[in-house]
Design a protein around this ligand. Sequence first.
Ligand code: UDP
Length: 374
Amino acid sequence: MKKVKNLIVGCGLSGVVLAERIASQRQEEVLIIDRRGHIGGNIYDYKDRETGVTVHQYGPHVFHTNDENVWKYLSRFTEWHRFMYRVKAVIDGIEVNIPFNLDSLHKVFPRKMAERLEEKLISRFGFNVKIPILRLRETQDADLEFLAQYVYEKVFLGYTVKQWGVRPEDLDASVSGRVPVYVSRDDRYFQDKYQGIPADGYTAMVNNMLKNPLIKVELNTDFKDIRETVEYEKLFFSGAIDEYFDCKLGALPYRSLDIVFKTYNCEYLQSGPQINFPENYDYTRSVEYKYYLNEKSDKTILSYEFSRPFEKGKNERYYPVPDEKNQKLYEQYLREAESLKNVWFIGRLGDYKYYNMDQTVARALDFAQKIIKR
Ligand code: UDP
């Protein structure tokens, strides 16, 4: 029987932060395993050989946070390429800013109408204010109701049905609330104080986090295959919580993505790094990666995301599906988890939460501190 003090399942951001903390703060040995053949989980990136462009294998990851601790912590392992994300969506054939903002209004409506809507929005909500689309739909003003319905249909409905298989109101409000309507001229996707991309990529950052000699990484290693042959003092599980329990209470649903990469023989193809397609095509968005690190090449590489339900053995889990029913099921698993003495769950899949990268790091740091104090 192989013996390890700390076993971490999953070499994604949660597992890696935790491994780094345990090794550096407790000076204890950590074995971190992952069933895939690379480190980094879904933030894994690599340099595409043909174009020399750094590509995100599991879709776009742009780091942003207001949490100074998280920013400082990650900055120990990477330099940053300062980068403010800008996203456009094609509606009625026109590229408009997302979040839908005052400039978007002027792009899609005749001038007088846009001015009237702009005034109403500002006097009703104030300037520089974010309004979730589901809330905007609740105003009693005919003009604003028209606007809300327009944005709901043109920006949110098609995209959300493609991405989640359900309408925005059938998901937790926090999902469409991630991308509110913005009464502002700020055209950035995020307003956080710290924004950027690791200058040498996410994989290099993760690699630096794993450099402590007390950390051992085993790839292509599935927990279920070693479960009976390894003895651990503590297990930290960042895989799917339902899978740990063999889905005995029922499987928690997840969304997956089929990401298709295409190389083009031109310098740039898009007007910016990300274009969303709420109305057209079967994919939700296309991403042109050379914008991220401002990489130069006479070719360019894009990804197209086709959303799918997660199916075990066929694809990867990307997103938990936040709604009331799934939350209840997750809580049942959590109660099972609480009865285990030496097993803890973390991360997007372990906590069944739609974390951003900074929330993932904050959660893992916070968790590590509690463990370290014990
Ligand atoms: N969304 C939308 N239209 C857009 C952008 C986002 O309807 O143009 C909704 C959609 O439901 C999406 C959610 O907002 O899944 C969150 O978007 P975000 O860009 O945060 O998604 P992620 O990058 O996490 O996939």
